[in-house]
Design a binder for this molecule. Structure first.
Ligand code: SAM
Length: 472
């Protein structure tokens, strides 16, 4: 890490305020030679919130500039091609058939292939060696998601990346990539690097890799931060952006005390989206949406797009779902007369509300029953998986757990026998799979918890409405 911070300092990456304008800063002038950070930020480990990340080196104020990364330090497709005419020539011959993300992946792999001869070597050496994005899930891990929609998203992500890789392979062969770099595994690694670490730039849809700037972990953007300051929407969501004069600038989204983790809001994502693009999920995600199968006539109303019909993490139906169900439960000949009430979000009648609450209870209970395990089972399985992750004697821990069958299926999938393992510890390959398995279980656990909350919420409303009816 010190090597990365020193290298970045030489390129002008800095966490100190820019020299006073009007003249643009000359890159390395304000950075200490041994590290690009230390004035506003320090690298730290946050085991429960993203692992390696950046902490406040002092108290930071909301809106304060905390990191500048000059254009010279950004790894972009155009930069790689400008430095390497051969890559540029081959890419331009293939360009019409390739997306900007495919091109950035090829550029990234081309740099990896150069080893120490790459100007990005120090940066590339600090990148994660593996990722847990959905596309990297094997069949066992995908199945562990249990919910059809999530399984579909994972399978689709994997096949899309495979097809991108196949399309880009002739170009990579032309560039004489080493056999290892031509493998799907390498493509997946590079894709995940691009998916989980790039920052937005105006001149390339694929974005840029931003050394040190990509060490910020994520916190879901909350609508109130920056509200009073009337900062443009994009800036509010990304906590920064590329500025012609200063390079990539990242700002504190809130006040931080010294030592606290400084977080970025990469965007507004559900947990499935976080898993798909970044390989993690949040146990408390304010942007989480839980979707249930809805009859066609509920989703087909143009007033509410399908993705607005969901259940909030607290179990309450979304505004659109509630309105859609109220309309759906209204006899056809009354729909027009009540449309004003529907769109304003008002309840139509006690009977109508009771009907839709009961419908929701049935739907959620039906969905829960269709899944192979219960929320209680998943909770215990998660505890077990955490234990196994740090276990020094898997055989004993598995025997005592009550999850022997599940674990046997996992080992069978990997064609691995526990007896062969060193000191009862799992090899790295299985530990990585265990991590993804755990993420899948975590996701379905949250999904089921929300459905259960929805059932309780609707039951209490039905109870209240029944009381109200009785009093009439
Ligand atoms: C831009 S990188 C952040 C730095 C990263 N932790 C590292 O060590 O390089 C984004 C990745 O960090 C991890 N991450 C970020 N925020 C997280 C969070 N709140 N919880 C868990 N993992 C997180 C995820 O693996 C994500 O793909």
């Amino acid at each position: 890490m010190e090597a990365l911070l020193r290298w970045a300092a030489e390129l002008g990456v800095s966490d100190s305020p820019p020299p006073t304008l009007p003249s643009c800063p000359s890159s390395a002038s304000s950075s200490s030679p041994s590290s690009c950070i230390g004035r506003s930020l320090v690298v730290a480990d946050f085991p429960d919130a993203g692992g390696r990340g950046l902490a406040a080196a002092r108290d930071l104020r909301r809106g304060e500039l905390v990191l500048r990364v000059p254009r010279a330090a950004l790894l972009t497709s155009d930069r790689v091609m400008a430095d390497d005419p051969r890559v540029a020539a081959c890419v331009s011959a293939h360009r019409p058939r390739l997306s900007s993300v495919q091109i950035l992946i090829v550029c990234l792999l081309a740099e990896v292939g150069k080893g120490r001869n790459s100007m990005w070597y120090t940066y590339l050496s600090q990148l994660p060696s593996y990722y847990t994005i959905l596309a990297a899930f094997n069949d066992f891990e995908v199945e562990a998601l249990q919910v059809d929609d999530a399984i579909w998203v994972a399978q689709k992500a994997n096949s899309a990346i495979k097809s991108d890789w196949e399309d880009a392979t002739p170009l990579m062969k032309e560039l004489e990539f080493k056999p290892k770099l031509l493998m799907f595994k390498s493509w997946l690694w590079a894709f995940a690097t691009v998916s989980s670490r790039t920052l937005h730039i105006a001149w390339d849809e694929a974005g840029c890799l931003c050394p040190v700037g990509d060490l910020f972990n994520y916190a879901a953007p909350d609508d109130t931060s920056f509200e009073e300051e009337n900062i443009a929407e994009v800036e509010r969501l990304t906590d920064g952006g590329y500025e012609d004069c200063n390079g990539y600038c990242l700002y504190a989204r809130t006040n931080y005390k010294k030592g606290e983790q400084v977080l970025l809001g990469y965007g507004t994502y559900t947990n499935l989206e976080l898993l798909e693009h970044y390989g993690f999920l949040l146990s408390e995600n304010p942007n989480e949406k839980t979707f249930i199968q809805l009859d066609v006539d509920i989703c087909s109303t143009r007033a509410w797009p399908k993705d607005s019909l969901y259940i909030h993490p607290n179990g309450h139906p979304s505004f659109a779902l509630l309105c859609g169900l109220r309309l759906w439960a209204t006899p056809a000949n009354h729909k027009k007369a009540v449309s004003h009430q529907i769109y304003s979000g008002s309840m139509l009648s006690t009977e109508n509300e009771m009907e839709i609450m009961k419908w929701l209870i049935n739907k959620c209970e039906g969905a829960l029953q269709q899944l192979p395990t219960t929320v209680e089972f998943d909770e215990s399985l998660l505890i077990f998986l955490c234990k196994i992750q740090s276990s020094t004697n898997c055989r004993t821990d598995v025997k005592q757990s009550g999850f022997e069958q599940e674990f046997a299926a996992f080992l069978r999938f990997h064609r691995f026998e526990l007896d062969c393992s060193d000191n009862g510890q799992l090899p790295a390959r299985l530990l990585r799979s265990l991590e993804r398995w755990k993420l899948a279980v975590q996701w379905r656990f949250n999904y089921k918890k929300t459905l259960k909350k929805c059932v309780s919420y609707c039951e209490s409303l039905v109870h209240e409405l029944a009381l109200h009816l009785n009093q009439q």
